[in-house]
Design a protein around this ligand. Structure first.
Ligand code: SF4
Length: 431
């Protein structure tokens, strides 16, 4: 069987990306995601992310439908009695705006969704920790259409489940991991009263810990592997980009990227890397994997050391899933996002000829990192090209010449190649 099928509703395997905000969801689509999962303002596990308000959800659902993509809404917190009351109007609204499906973990939420929005496809969250084919059958009998299997399974176990079900199967291929079965952890609740399963995880598993003897307050004994302390619970980040072909061969329907709390640079780079690798595998008849551009994309973004975690337990080359150090690494950061020009009446100087008589080809940039003259920018294109530009001049939108631009301002730059709105622009990390 060809694992790469084109279906009327989209490609298989589907590339499913995080949409932590309206902007990031649109960037995910621009850089190649087939589908995006996003949360409203409640009932999801990324309450600290910006998430989307009702109008943004409706706009994104329309955008997805009209461009052959899909939008799934996460409602995967564990529900308390009051949460179920609030869930009813949410479900009615999601049915009305015709999202492609909802992601639940709580059986009560599933039951309610079946009653209130019977036509809405139901996806089971990884929080349900589905680890065998009988569990899959159980959820199928409850009306679930797709299951995101537990992140803790190996490829052999996924294959064994696949061979016993025709239900859609989804797996995480990239992003942060828990040191427990995903989300089945009360560390954050116990230490900070912020419940992970209500979307408030403070990630104490990634804090720096030291040893202190009770009669010697203030004397900290380092127990860690580096000078900053020990990160004994610090999970590495999952990365299975080298293994997509092998995973697709098992018959997985959707590859999911974690990271609704991550920024636009992460979304564009990681989605582009997986999109291009999946497409290369779809075209290839033999072995295939990421090219140098995709590998660079994966390392450009802020991440902990990568691991294949539990997927290939017999591969001795895999690093342990817990990192001895906590530091995030990245080669680039987000310089800014290209924005459409303001209307002419708001930007009269935008058409003023420059000294040699030419009108400069201004690109408007919403700045996200401090920029200085001489900085090297890289404009990311969905097809894998990165066009470089050294900043020799930049201006405010009112025409003031700048030698430095600050985050959360808008500037314009004379860029000698076409750019597009929402384009992600990288900045090389300064030493
Ligand atoms: S504290 Fe760590 S292991 Fe526990 S839920 Fe949060 S991220 Fe996961």
């Amino acid at each position: 069987m060809n694992p790469y099928q084109t279906r009327a509703s989209g490609c298989k395997p589907e590339l499913l990306a995080p949409g932590g905000s309206y902007e990031k969801a649109r960037i995910a689509f621009l850089y190649g995601a087939d589908a995006v999962y996003a949360g409203g303002r409640s009932h999801n596990l990324r309450i600290q992310s910006r998430n989307l308000h009702d109008e943004e959800l409706a706009a994104l659902a329309f955008l997805a439908r009209s461009s052959g993509k899909r939008l799934y809404i996460t409602l995967n917190s564990l529900m308390r009695p009051k949460d179920l009351d609030l869930l009813k109007p949410t479900l009615e609204y999601l049915r009305e705006i015709e999202v492609s499906g909802i992601i639940v973990a709580d059986p009560g939420a599933l039951l309610l969704a079946r009653t209130i929005s019977p036509g809405l496809p139901l996806h089971l969250s990884t929080q349900a920790s589905t680890t065998n084919h009988l569990s899959v059958r159980f959820w199928e009998e409850q009306g679930v259409r797709r299951i995101n299997l537990a992140r803790e399974l190996s490829i052999d176990e996924i294959e064994a489940i696949r061979s016993r079900t025709s239900l859609e199967i989804e797996v995480f291929v990239h992003g942060s991991m828990c040191v427990s079965y995903s989300g089945r952890c009360l560390l954050s609740t116990v230490m900070t009263r912020r419940g992970a399963n209500e979307g408030h995880c403070a990630q104490p598993c990634r804090w720096s810990y030291r040893l202190v003897e009770e009669k010697r307050p203030g004397e900290y004994f380092p127990i860690g592997e580096d000078g900053q302390g020990s990160y004994i619970l610090n999970a590495q980040d999952l990365c299975l980009i080298e293994d997509l072909h092998r995973l697709a061969g098992v018959g997985i329907d959707a590859f999911k990227i974690e990271g609704r709390m991550k920024g636009a640079h992460y979304v564009a780079s990681v989605v582009r890397a997986y999109r291009r690798t999946l497409d290369a595998c779809r075209r290839s008849r033999g072995e295939c994997g990421p090219d140098d551009i995709s590998r660079a994309d994966i390392h450009a973004v802020s991440h902990r050391p990568y691991t294949r975690a539990f997927m290939f337990p017999d591969d001795s080359q895999d690093a342990p899933a817990v990192a001895p150090e906590t530091s995030l690494v990245q080669t680039h950061t987000l310089a800014g996002l290209v924005r459409q020009r303001p209307r002419l009446d708001e930007d009269p100087i935008g058409t003023t000829p420059i000294e040699d008589g030419r009108t400069p080809d201004w690109t408007h940039l919403e700045v996200r990192s401090q920029l200085r003259l001489g900085d090297q920018l890289s404009f990311l294109f969905p097809d894998g090209r990165n066009l470089e530009h050294t900043i020799h001049s930049m201006e405010s939108l009112s025409g003031q010449i700048l030698d430095r631009a600050h985050p959360n301002t808008r500037i314009r730059l004379p860029i000698p190649f076409p750019t597009f709105s929402m384009q992600v622009v990288r900045l090389s990390r300064r030493g």
